[in-house]
Design a protein around this ligand. Sequence first.
Ligand SMILES: [Zn+2]
Length: 113
Amino acid sequence: MHEMALAESMLEIVEATARRHGATRVSEVRLEIGALSHVAVDALRFCFDAVTRGSMAQGATLTIESTPGEAWCMPCGGRVALAQVGEPCPRCGSYQLTVTRGEDMRVKDIAIE
Ligand SMILES: [Zn+2]
């Protein structure tokens, strides 16, 4: 499962960050997930609970923020909002778009004890 791998790599980042700060427990993990990333949030939450069991992030609150999709439109010569990959430019209807934001997932912040 795609989300399981994401949750595992996320936990690695979280634990490494927590250790660097001398923490023993992680109480909250804040994630940013791009609107174009195809991450199933419900599945990710489930996987997060599974992979954090027995780790220092066990029982941590998972807060997920969605970042909007954005693309560079050639004909417009500027950035435009993009709700889904494969959709045309909302301004001019062109398909000459390069996605610039909203495709990835990252750990934004964690709260430690
Ligand atoms: Zn355009």
